[in-house]
Design a protein. Structure first.
Ligand SMILES: [Zn+2]
Length: 423
């Protein structure tokens, strides 16, 4: 008992007051319970939640009651009883109560997705547009109008819990600034005032964040629905648009780096003597395998036309696609040696050309990966849905509810005993 108390205090002691705070204990337990219910492959009952979290049955049950009352967790009809006692009530993510709006701004398009905790898409809007230029106001105003369309579909009974914006560049998660998005031509942009003036006052009223678009897309790929990991949990995701971003997912979580800026594989060097990149350097990966580089080399408007020309055997297209495949192979072999990751998922425009790229990528991995004799690299394509970052942004917003469900549940300040945790 003494050991347990010491251990618990070391976790929950408030550094300012030296007093263990029951509020933070309850908040942590609510999050544990919510995460377990959302991640479970079979809808768990209260007893399953208690077992999985190590809480007493009464504590787990009270947490579930609070989450049900808040509309975060739902209760299904119990299966007919087969033995003694009352049948257990299965728990699941509640649909139609809390939503998050995922926004995406990319070089050639923008997108908005309104998603609820069960993963239902309650509204979607897309627009093709040139979003480049030193003044981001036009692009952000377009995005605000898409956001407005989605929010008009928000049912009166549902709550908008947050808005997250996915951008192809470096962001500051604390100040919500887009620090540098070279393909958009943006530097030090605060998107909030323009989004507000464009008709989205909610941007200052709800939980808001700016996230890298490849990180968002990777989160979408790693999850079957919000808070529910899918079968792929450790992989390197490459997002192919005008630029190329990447995200390293380990055990279902994106490895962001200390400042959130990891994953800029599009600006790793393939050839220092290569063409100039939007970042100012030369010979970056995206100057070979990015959509703009390929369409320009082939003299067409769309990546689909690049693939058609390549399949038709047109020399310029074949040369460009093969060079892109080699460049991807070099970058992925370097990344594989550095990160010990051999499951690679291509998304966006890269996914469209995966079979053309595959032999080149495999050749470079076979040649350069030190661990190749002991590992079988996997090269997979995911959805070519260009709104993957918008979906992922919505998932980020919903995940913040699971991080701290106490924000959304009625206060139970006197309901919990510290001894509840001491089994
Ligand atoms: Zn570059």
């Amino acid at each position: 008992m003494l050991w347990a108390k010491v251990k618990r205090m070391s976790i929950h002691q408030d550094p300012a007051t030296g007093v263990a705070r029951q509020g933070s204990l309850r908040a942590r337990n609510l999050s544990l319970v919510a995460r377990h219910v959302f991640a479970a492959h079979t809808p768990p009952a209260r007893t399953d939640v208690a077992k999985a979290t190590g809480m007493t049955r009464s504590t787990a049950s009270r947490m579930v009651d609070d989450l049900v009352a808040a509309g975060i967790v739902g209760e299904s009809t119990p299966a007919p009883a087969t033995g003694r006692g009352r049948p257990a009530t299965p728990l699941h993510a509640r649909a139609g109560t809390f939503t998050a709006l995922g926004l995406e701004i990319n070089v050639g398009h923008c997108a908005a997705r309104l998603v609820d905790l069960a993963g239902n898409v309650m509204a979607a809007a897309d627009m093709t547009a040139d979003n480049t230029g030193p003044d981001p106001a036009d692009a952000l105003t377009r995005l605000a109008s898409l956001a407005r369309q989605c929010l008009e579909a928000l049912p009166a009974a549902a709550t908008l819990a947050g808005i997250q914006l996915a951008v192809p560049g470096l962001v500051d998660r604390q100040s919500h600034m887009v620090l540098r998005a070279p393909n958009l031509g943006w530097h030090d942009v605060d998107p909030r005032p323009v989004l507000r003036d464009g008709g989205l006052p909610e941007i200052f009223e709800v939980d808001f964040g700016v996230v890298n678009e490849a990180d968002c897309a990777a989160i979408y790929v790693a999850h079957e629905r919000p808070g529910h990991p899918g079968p792929l949990d450790t992989f390197l995701y490459l997002s192919g648009e005008i630029g190329i971003g990447s995200a390293l997912v380990v055990s279902g979580s994106v490895s962001l780096g200390p400042r959130g800026w990891a994953g800029e594989i599009g600006h790793t060097c393939i050839d220092p003597a290569g063409p100039r990149c939007s970042c100012g350097a030369t010979g970056c990966l995206e100057r070979y395998a990015g959509t703009r580089a390929l369409t320009k080399l082939v003299g067409v408007d769309a990546i689909e036309s690049v693939r058609d020309a390549c399949l038709a055997g047109e020399a310029a297209a074949v040369d460009a696609v093969h060079a892109a495949g080699r460049a991807l192979g070099l970058a992925l072999a370097n990344a594989g040696n550095l990160l010990d990751i051999t499951t690679i998922v291509l998304g966006g425009d890269l996914a469209l050309l995966i079979e053309e790229y595959r032999p080149f990528i495999e050749h470079e991995l076979d040649t350069r990966l030190l661990a190749r004799p002991f590992t079988e690299p996997r090269l997979l394509a995911t959805t070519t849905d260009h709104a993957a970052p918008a979906f992922g942004a919505a998932y980020v917003g919903l995940d913040r509810i699971l991080d701290d469900p106490a924000r959304w549940t009625p206060s139970q300040g006197t309901g919990e005993s510290l001894n509840d945790l001491l089994d």
